[in-house]
Design a protein around this ligand. Structure first.
Ligand SMILES: Cc1cc2nc3c(=O)[nH]c(=O)nc-3n(C[C@H](O)[C@H](O)[C@H](O)COP(=O)(O)OP(=O)(O)OC[C@H]3O[C@@H](n4cnc5c(N)ncnc54)[C@H](O)[C@@H]3O)c2cc1C
Length: 408
C-alpha cells in the first residue's frame, strides 16, 4: 500500500514538498527507499531528521506544507506523503531503542517538554549531553498532551516519548515551574553549562469584555488541558474560530448534555476565518454550528450578547464595521473564549533575558538570547506557530548549544 503511494512520487530534482516543509523532510529519498522495500531505513532517516516525525505526520497542516506543494497536485492528486510518513514513523517509534551514549559531562537544562523541549532533549542526549528536562506539569508533551485532542493525536504516540527519553538518560523533573522558586541563575550556579527555554505560549488572550470572570466563562487553552473537569451544560458558545477554538468546540460537542448545541461565533467572513479547512469540515460534520460576522459584546450567565458586523471588500482588504442597530443574544450555559494566546513570562523573572514588545523571549534565528548560555526556541520565541516549526527551530538551536558548550 505505501509502496504504491511512494511510487507515485516523481522524485523531483528540486522537490517543492521538501522546500515547503519547515524541517526539510527528504521526501524523495524516503519514497525511493520505500519503493525499494527499505522501510526501516526510510523510517530511520525520518526520525534522524525529525524526532517528532510520528507526530508531525499527523498534526502538520499538510495543505500548507508537503501535500499542498506536490507538483502532481497541479494536474491531479498530490502524493499523500504524510500517510507514508505516519505508517513508517509510528512503526519505527513503537520499537525504537535509542543508543546508549557515552556522556561528555556537560549538563544542560531544558525548560518545557513540548515539541521544542522534547526535540532538544533527544538531540542533545544523542550528542552526549546530560539533559535535565524541567516541566511545570506532571507529564511530558506540552500542547501535544494538554492541547491537541486525543482524537486528533493519539496519546500513545506522545506517551512513547517517555521511555525513549528515559533510555536516553534524560532526567525528567515534573511539576517544576521555573520562574517562581527556581530561576535561570540558580541553574548556572548549580553547574548547568547552558539553559534552553521552550515554555510555549499558554496565557490566553482576554476579550476585555464584561463577564469574563463569570463561572461559566472559560478560556479554550485552559479548557483543553482537562476537559473532563468542566460541566458545560447543554448549550456552549465558542468565541473565536481559529484552530484552538475548533479543538475546544470539537471536544465540547462530545461532552454537552443531550439535546444541546455548540455554536462557534466570530467576527469575520467565513472565508477569512483562521481555522484549518479540514477541521472546519470535521466540526460541521459533528454538528457544530458556525455564525460569522458576529462580535461578542458582553458575556452573561445565560449567553453572549453580540452585535452584527458588516464586511466590505475593498482593494486593500476587507473592512469590518459593527452595526449597533443589529444586536442579539446567543443563549449559552457555557462560553469558551479562544482568541489567541501569548507568553506567560515567569520563566524570565530575575534574569537578563530580554523580551520582545509582545513579551516573548527575544532570541535570534539560532536561539541566542541576550543572556550568554541561555537559548530559546519554539512558540515562546516565534509566538504561536506549529509543531513542525518548533521542531525545526529546536534542531537549529541544538547545534548552536553544542557549539557554545565546546567553545566555553
Ligand atoms: C489547542 C491547540 C491545538 C494545536 N493544534 C496544532 C496542530 O494541529 N498542528 C500543529 O502543527 N500545531 C498545532 N498547535 C500549535 C503547536 O502545538 C505549538 O506550536 C507547539 O506545541 C509549540 O511547541 P513548544 O515546545 O514551543 O511549546 P508547548 O507545546 O506549549 O510546550 C511548552 C511546555 O512548557 C511548559 N512550561 C510552561 N511554562 C513553564 C515554566 N515556567 N517552567 C517549566 N515548564 C513550563 C508547559 O507546561 C509545556 O509543557 C496547536 C496549539 C494549540 C494550543
Amino acid at each position: 500500500m505505501i509502496q504504491q503511494m511512494a511510487a507515485r512520487c516523481l522524485k523531483c530534482k528540486v522537490p517543492q514538498c521538501r522546500k515547503h516543509c519547515p524541517v526539510s523532510t527528504p521526501i524523495p529519498d524516503v519514497t525511493r527507499l520505500v519503493e525499494e522495500g527499505k522501510e526501516q531505513e526510510a523510517a530511520q532517516i525520518l526520525f534522524a531528521n525529525n524526532p517528532l516525525s510520528a507526530v508531525c505526520s499527523i498534526v502538520c497542516p499538510h495543505e500548507r506544507n508537503c501535500f499542498g506543494h506536490c507538483v502532481l497536485g497541479k494536474k491531479s492528486e498530490p502524493v499523500d506523503f504524510f500517510k507514508i510518513e505516519q505508517f513508517l514513523s509510528w512503526t519505527f517509534l513503537k520499537t525504537y531503542e535509542p543508543p546508549v551514549m557515552e556522556k561528555n559531562g556537560a549538563r544542560i537544562a531544558v525548560i518545557g517538554s513540548g515539541p521544542a523541549g522534547i526535540t532538544m532533549s533527544i538531540l542533545l542526549s544523542l550528542m552526549g549531553y546530560r539533559v535535565t528536562l524541567m516541566e511545570a506539569r506532571d507529564r511530558i508533551g506540552g500542547v501535544l498532551r494538554y492541547g491537541i485532542p486525543g482524537f486528533r493525536l493519539p496519546r500513545e504516540i506522545v506517551d512513547r516519548y517517555d521511555p525513549i527519553l528515559r533510555q536516553l538518560g534524560v532526567q525528567f523533573k515534573p511539576n517544576t515551574f521555573i520562574g517562581s522558586s527556581i530561576t535561570l541563575d540558580d541553574m548556572f550556579i548549580d553547574g548547568y553549562k547552558a539553559v534552553f527555554i521552550a515554555v510555549g505560549t499558554a496565557k490566553p488572550n482576554k476579550l476585555g469584555l464584561l463577564g469574563e470572570t463569570l463561572g461559566n466563562v472559560y478560556y479554550a487553552i485552559d479548557y483543553l488541558k482537562s476537559p473532563e473537569a468542566y460541566r458545560l451544560g447543554r448549550n456552549v458558545v465558542v468565541v473565536g474560530a481559529g484552530n484552538v477554538a475548533l479543538d475546544a468546540a470539537r471536544i465540547a460537542v462530545r461532552s454537552i448534555e443531550p439535546g444541546g448545541a455548540v455554536t462557534v461565533i466570530n467576527n469575520l467572513l467565513e472565508e477569512e476565518i483562521f481555522g484549518n479547512r479540514q477541521e472546519i469540515d470535521d466540526a460541521v460534520r459533528e454538528g457544530i454550528q458556525f455564525v460569522h460576522l458576529l462580535q461578542a459584546l458582553k458575556l452573561e450567565e445565560d449567553g453572549v450578547k453580540c452585535v452584527a458586523v458588516r464586511a466590505e471588500k475593498t482593494e486593500s482588504g476587507t473592512v469590518y464595521e459593527e452595526d449597533f442597530s443589529r444586536t442579539q443574544k446567543i443563549p449559552a450555559d457555557s462560553i469558551i473564549v479562544a482568541i489567541g494566546q501569548g507568553p506567560q513570562g515567569a520563566v524570565m523573572a530575575d534574569s537578563n533575558v530580554s523580551k520582545t514588545h509582545r513579551g516573548l523571549v527575544a532570541a535570534d534565528e539560532n536561539g541566542h538570547t541576550s543572556s550568554p548560555g541561555v537559548f530559546a526556541a519554539g512558540d515562546i520565541v516565534t509566538g504561536p506557530k506549529t509543531v513542525v516549526e518548533a521542531v525545526a527551530f529546536a534542531k537549529k538551536v541544538a547545534l548552536e548549544i553544542d557549539r557554545y558548550c565546546r567553545e566555553n
